[in-house]
Design a protein around this ligand. Structure first.
Ligand code: HAM
Length: 416
């Protein structure tokens, strides 16, 4: 491994690539406030219990993927593997526990110790939203609508939305009993992960992608039929609202999602341009328990993976946004001219212009090469001669045309 490479599953994002990240982030900052959401920034690490209790101790993320460390004060801390648990911890400082609603969104890095692959990173980035404190199927539908709006805003309008219900906690016992009874005679022939899930979290068997397990899973009983009427009506209402908003979806009875906090509506958005990692976003309604809290925080939300959105944009051949701001290059012949250029550059920058100054006394030819390297549209040349006349020479880097301009007129001249 080269010393210059970052750790596996992480990447540097260089200035040449940053505009496409801005596009995704600007779209979030442009879209979510239209629905009444404000940006919340929480720490990138939390007390480990926030995730253990919040996501569920038996989840794969908590069991296998967390970056956990002890700080110098002996506290167990964990780099956030997702955004929801930390946001709920912060929400305890608001009035959400009294049924008042908070609408927040977040953008930032998340950390999971997964085996790195295309679209599967150890440090990845999410934009996410959480509508906290209230429960209504209409809010779930609005949340889904907002996700589809966001995807459209970043140029992705052909993604597939999959929807399911997980019912409420009380629905789980009869459904789990039915699954256990069904899978028991088949489990010996299923994959090792399924065997472990049979013991610890039988629902996750429904999510298994291993070929040999598919025929058995396909014939499993529909868990929804064991849910209460009120849970089924809740889901029906979510679907009705989505229909009335003309949002296309596919009900996917096997969609359970990997985190334990979900109740009622769950959803995932997939895109064929992604290869093996098909999910670009996922979310749902939740009841999330935090350490020391007997009552869960309730809400609905989603998160989308920015690396995966970029992969889809690439598969769709959407060009990365171009930065068309003109760059001016100040050429200085001699030390006096360089000092003059440095103060001229500050005046130009305060007028909103993008300026690079050559600070070394190099030959004209070398400075012109630098001007081309930074993509300057014009270079502005100053030497002793120009200083005496209080002028500069403006050279167009494409046509090569040159013109003397009085220093005080320069900004107006460049703007014209
Ligand atoms: P999640 O499905 O675990 O949900 O992650 C959401 C999205 O993050 C995924 O659809 C994927 O695009 C991206 N993602 C996840 N893991 C990786 C990885 N290792 N590398 C690259 N991208 C990845 C959550 O995180 C929930 N907190 C969503 C939520 C919010 N539910 C309710 N509110």
């Amino acid at each position: 491994m080269a010393k210059s490479a970052p750790p596996p599953g992480t990447s540097d994002i260089f200035p040449e690539e940053i505009n496409q990240w801005y596009l995704l982030e600007d779209a979030a900052r442009g879209t979510f406030p239209l629905y009444g959401y404000g940006e919340l920034r929480t720490p990138v690490f939390e007390y480990t219990e926030v995730f253990q209790r919040g996501l569920g101790n038996e989840t794969e993320v908590v069991q296998k993927e967390m970056y956990t460390f002890e700080d110098r004060g002996g506290r167990s801390l964990t780099l956030r593997p997702e955004g929801t648990a930390g946001v709920m911890r912060a929400m305890l400082n608001t009035d959400v526990m009294n049924g008042n609603e908070q609408r927040v969104f977040y953008i930032g890095p998340m950390f999971r110790g997964e085996r790195p692959a295309a679209g599967r990173r150890r440090q990845f980035h999410q934009v996410g939203v959480e509508n906290v404190g209230r429960m209504a199927p209409e809010l779930d539908a609005e949340c889904v609508a907002m996700l589809m709006h966001y995807l459209e805003a970043v140029g992705i309008s052909d993604a597939k939305l999959m929807l399911n219900t997980r019912g409420v906690m009380e629905d789980r016992t009869p459904a789990e009993a039915a699954l256990r009874e069904y899978f028991a005679p088949h489990i010996a022939a299923m994959c090792d992960d399924c065997k472990a899930r049979f013991e610890k979290n039988i629902w996750r068997i429904l999510d298994c992608k291993v070929e040999q397990c598919q025929p058995v899973i396909d014939a499993a009983p529909e868990v929804v039929s064991f849910f209460s009427e009120s849970s089924r009506n809740y889901f029906k209402r979510v679907c009705e609202i989505l229909d009335s908003l003309n949002i296309a979806y596919q009900i996917e009875p096997r969609l359970v999602r990997g985190l334990d906090y979900y109740v009622h509506t769950v959803f995932e958005v997939v895109h064929s341009g992604l290869g093996a990692q098909t999910a670009i976003a996922g979310g749902g309604r939740y009841e999330l328990y935090l350490p020391e809290n007997k009552k869960p925080v309730i809400g609905v939300g989603f998160a989308a993976g920015l690396e995966r959105l970029l992969m889809v944009r690439e598969a769709l051949q959407l060009p990365p946004p171009e930065d068309k701001t003109p760059v001016y290059f100040l050429v200085g012949m001699g030390e006096r001219a360089i000092a003059f250029n440095m103060s001229l550059a500050i005046k130009m920058r305060k007028a909103g212009m993008r300026v690079v100054v050559e600070v070394e006394n190099k030959s004209m030819k070398a400075q012109m090469r630098s001007a081309n390297r930074v993509g300057a549209c014009k270079s502005i040349i100053c030497g002793d001669n120009e200083l005496d006349k209080n002028t500069v020479v403006v050279k167009d880097m494409v046509s090569g045309d040159q013109q003397d301009v009085i220093v005080d007129d320069l900004i107006a001249f460049l703007r014209s």
